[in-house]
Design a protein around this ligand. Structure first.
Ligand code: SLL
Length: 164
């Protein structure tokens, strides 16, 4: 099993957050959620158009704000599904996302940072109010498109990457 020299292979993916304010009609607060929580949100790593990425990514660790119970969360691959975590809260913070690759890759884990965004910024109060009452109910998406680069992949890993 040798490395293929002078080859690099790219796989696109998306990571980020989607947040939604609690609202009695469109996003009712489930029972048991603390009074000070204002939003539900999700952090994820996934393929473009939800294509499968579990043939190269086996695990994602999300490190949340320390105020959140069990703030270090592990999400293992489920074929065809995004790596995703749902939470509720009141504040924005930086999420540390650690990517663990399939063992055939021989790649070390890699770290990404993402700011959880709950509030739309760069808008007037009027525009914010409009968004809240608009068709998407004040959803704030902060998504990043990225590309995973595998340099000089092992032959066996190259097989996996190209047969998927
Ligand atoms: C801030 N620096 O002060 C940030 C910290 C922390 C947000 C935000 C807690 C949720 C829970 C939560 O939303 N923390 O208790 O489960 O804005």
């Amino acid at each position: 099993n040798k490395r293929i020299k002078s080859l690099s292979i790219h796989r696109p993916f998306i990571y980020g957050t989607t947040a939604r304010p609690f609202d009695p009609l469109r996003n009712p607060k489930p029972p048991g959620i603390p009074d000070d929580h204002t939003h539900s949100w999700e952090v994820f790593v996934k393929g473009v158009d939800d294509t499968d990425i579990t043939y190269w990514l086996r695990r994602v660790q999300f490190k949340l704000h320390e105020s959140i119970p069990n703030h270090v969360r592990i999400v293992d691959a489920v074929p065809g599904k995004p790596f995703s975590l749902k939470e509720t809260g009141w504040g924005e913070f930086e999420i540390t996302i650690r990517l663990y690759y399939v063992s055939e890759s021989n790649e070390k884990p890699q770290t990404l940072y993402h700011h959880l965004r709950l509030h739309p910024y760069g808008r007037t109060e009027e525009e914010k109010e409009e968004m809240k009452n608009g068709p998407d109910g004040g959803v704030v998406k902060s998504w990043n498109y990225d590309e995973q680069i595998f340099n000089e992949p092992y032959e066996s890993f190259y097989e996996i990457l190209t047969s998927g």
